[in-house]
Design a protein around this ligand. Sequence first.
Ligand code: GLA
Length: 369
Amino acid sequence: MDFKALYFTLIKKVLSVMTGLVVTLMGGLPAVPEGETKDSYTGLKDVYADYFDIGTCMSSSFLNDTELTEFIIKNYSSVTAEWEMKMVTVHPSEYEWNFTGADKIANFCRENGIKLRGHNLLWSRYENWMLYDENGNFVDKETFYARQLEYFTVIMNRYKDVVSCWDVVNEPFNNEPSEEGEFHQDPVYELCGEEYVEMAFRNARKACPDAVLVLNECSLERYKEKQDLLIKWLKTWLSKGVPIDAVGIQGHINTITATDTVSSIERIICKLEDIGIKNIQITELDLCLYLNGEEKTNDIEDWKRDYQAIKYKKLFELFREHSDTITSVTFWGADDGHTHLNNYFKADEPLLFDSNHMPKQAYYAVCDF
Ligand code: GLA
């Protein structure tokens, strides 16, 4: 056995014993009712109706599966398009537009009274034709901002009857700012500097004055320095009147790895509240079951499922405590059969429902209050 394998065997042994102890101390996890059927349990959105919206991401291909659509209607009051409202899909080049998937998702939401989170207007890691002229050189900033305003105006107004908010800027900051610089070093940043964030919000407000505008950021549970950076910049932008209405905490959390703690998420929620943010959204929640660096396998140990149920329970306790400011909690996937993590790992089980759309232990933990 090599050193890495030995390390994981040992650490998992310790964690499995600890998990068992915690479950015992808690007096056990909530019972999973026998004979539960797809109709007999309460939809998650109804359990949380007095607290916040419950969302899922989806793709328009889901709509070809009636059973899956019914499952979504039962459990979720909000939907985010996984890819089909991003610029790479909708407006990948100057003369190309593609609203097919976005229109289908928007109509599904309209027909079923489901809110649609607009996701997203500017994600600087992706190719952005608006930055370049026909020779591939940077245009000037003014041309970029003018093109951006035109795009925002078209997409935001097309869906304004059904969209509850827009993620205007996605993931602007680096994880470890003292080593990597505060902002992602990508072409948008290269052309405009940090003002690109501010300008995107101002353009979004101009394009669709009533829209709720969100700054959406990742990995906040893991990097305290990144939390502090976000707060520092929000204070600067808000004091200059930049129209940021809400902040999204993505929440791609590692269930077991020690860095991604519930108290770290509590820290950033409290800091946002302290600077006066009144609308906080959890936008992409999932709890991966593999330790960082652990070899992938389709054989997930039961103690990990218990650990996940405990962590989900604690997280939702925290979210309920802050339900004056938390307006929605969106899962990045509807069920364990529909999660982006299955593309990266052999299989994962990061959500509250299994791939047959039945509630898992974690669902009962979250609903037990
Ligand atoms: C980020 C984005 C999401 C999605 C995930 C996939 O978090 O905001 O839209 O693409 O990455 O991992």
